[in-house]
Design a protein around this ligand. Structure first.
Ligand code: SF4
Length: 208
């Protein structure tokens, strides 16, 4: 019998098998149940507010359950200009998120500092936390943020369970270094500045 002529119910009755991998099934579940945590500090956050309206229907991508507690979220969206003073807060919130966790960097400011080529603006959040997807634009439209999340979902389906372990291990190690510096009496911001100086001495621009 031609297999295309057999419907699904007949296939089940005949004991057909479906083979896949645990990673594929788990990643499929993860990509369709993302819980976003918006770290919105400037105009890009307004675009994200638009995205969460019914016009764009973000729930089509299984990511409408927005949370403001890092313990209940697994996808951080960084929306806006991050200053050097905010960098330590961003790192702490990222550290508090449940694993596995992902970061979508939205807009020129979060990605590179954007137009703020100044001493006070962080020139890219990937200097302080691992980033998975960058969304270009100033500001990116809501459709561009959707595209970024869809790209993240595709990346999640390609990833093995241990794909980001090295990045996260390096990040947690940098948190330990930050804590050690703070224990000497430095503020979180001063600790990060010291870590940036140490990274620059090794020819690096990121501290994790
Ligand atoms: S990228 Fe543009 S729109 Fe987004 S926060 Fe920066 S200045 Fe504002």
């Amino acid at each position: 019998m031609n297999s295309t002529a057999i419907n699904t119910e007949e296939k089940v009755q005949q004991g057909w098998w479906l083979t896949t991998t645990i990673e594929t099934v788990v990643n499929w579940g993860r990509k369709n149940s993302l819980w976003p945590l918006p770290f919105g500090v400037a105009c890009c956050a307004i675009e994200f507010m638009s995205l969460m309206t019914c016009r764009y229907d973000f729930s089509r991508f299984g990511a409408e359950a927005m949370r403001f507690s890092p313990r209940q979220a697994d996808m951080m969206l960084v929306l806006g200009t991050i200053t050097n003073k905010q960098a330590a807060v961003l790192r702490r919130i990222f550290a508090q998120m449940t694993e596995p966790k992902w970061v979508v960097c939205v807009g020129a400011c979060a990605s590179t500092g954007g137009i703020y080529r100044t001493y006070g603006a962080l020139q890219g959040i990937d200097r302080v936390i691992p980033v998975d997807i960058y969304v270009p634009g100033c500001p990116p439209r809501p459709e561009a943020i959707i595209k970024g999340v869809v790209e993240l979902q595709a990346k999640m389906m390609r990833e093995g369970f241990k794909a980001r372990k090295a990045d996260l291990d390096a990040f947690y190690k940098s948190m330990e270094r930050q804590q050690a510096l703070e224990d000497t009496g430095l503020s979180p911001q001063q600790a990060l500045q010291q870590m940036f100086r140490e990274a620059a001495a090794n020819g690096q621009s990121r501290i994790w």
